[in-house]
Design a binder for this molecule. Sequence first.
Ligand SMILES: [Cu+2]
Length: 319
Amino acid sequence: MPRVLIPIANGSEEIEIVTIVDILRRAKVDVVVASVEKSMKIVASQGTKIIAEKLISNASEEIYDLIILPGGNLWSDLFFTGSPSKHGLLKEKRATAHPSVISKLTNEVVNGTKVVVDGKVITSRGLATVTDFALAIVSKLFGHGRARSVAEGLVLSTPIVREIYRLLEGSTAQSTVHDVGDAMGWIVPTGGATVYSDWAAKNTFKVNDVLVMFNFTSRRHDVAQVTKAAFDACNIASPISKETNSPANITLTSAGEHYYICTFNGHCAGGQKLALNVTSDAATPPPQEPHLLQETLPSLSALPCLQLFGHFCSSFVIV
Ligand SMILES: [Cu+2]
C-alpha cells in the first residue's frame, strides 16, 4: 500500500486537505496527516479547526512514497525563490500556483493549466483543481480502473476520468478516448451486433485514439483483435491480440479496419463484436484546451528523491 504524508499547518486550505485525504483513502492509500505546528490542532485558512494524527516530528521516522503539500501560506516561503534564504525548490522549474501567489514565482510560470509537472515537482492552482489532481495521483498509483471507481463513487462525470486517463497515458492532445458502447460498456448486447455497429457509426476514430472496453468482468469476457474473416465467422481460434483484464484500454496504433470480438463461448455470435475504421491523424488538430496535466505524470518511483523535513526521502507534490 503506498504511503503518503500530508503535512498541514495553520493557514492550510481546509478543502484541499480534506479532499486529498478523502480521495486517497477511498483509493486505499495509507495517508498520514501530520501537523508542522507545535500542536496537533491547526486552524485552517478559513478558520476550520483540523486535528492531525501526529506531529511532524513523530512522522519523520517513516518512509513515504509521496509528500503532498496542500495549499496555504506556509509553503510560499518554502518554495518560492523570492525568499532566497529558503529552499527555493521551484527554482528553474516550470510551475503554476494559486492566482494570489503566482506573481511571487520567479521561475517559468505556466498559466491556464490546472496542474504542471516538471521533474519531481508537481504544482496545481488551488481547491478548484484538487479533485482532478488527487484522482490523477490515484490513477498513477493504482491504474485507471481504481481512479474510475473512486470517481464514480464521488459521482464525478466520466469526462473528468477520461481526461485523466488520456493525459496519464501520454496521448497527444488531439487523441480521443472512446468508451465503447457508452454507458452500456462491453457486454453481449440484447439488441445484437447492430448495437456496436451503430455505436461505431456515431464515432470517428483516429490513430492514437484509445478504446476503453469497460463494465465487464475479467474472466467472463475479454477483448480480442481479430482479422475480418475471423470477425465475420466469430472464429476465436487465433486472435491477433487479446486483452483479458477489465477495463481494457486499447490504443489504435494504425489506420484501417480494426475488428474486435469477445472470445467467450457464444458472445461474439450474440453480438459482442465491434468493427471500426481508423483514419490517419493527418487532419488539422483542434484548438488545444487547457490541460489537466501539462505533461505526463512521471512514474512515482522514477521521481527523484528529495530531502525535506529532515530525513524524508520522497517525491513531493504541491497542490
Ligand atoms: Cu463476452
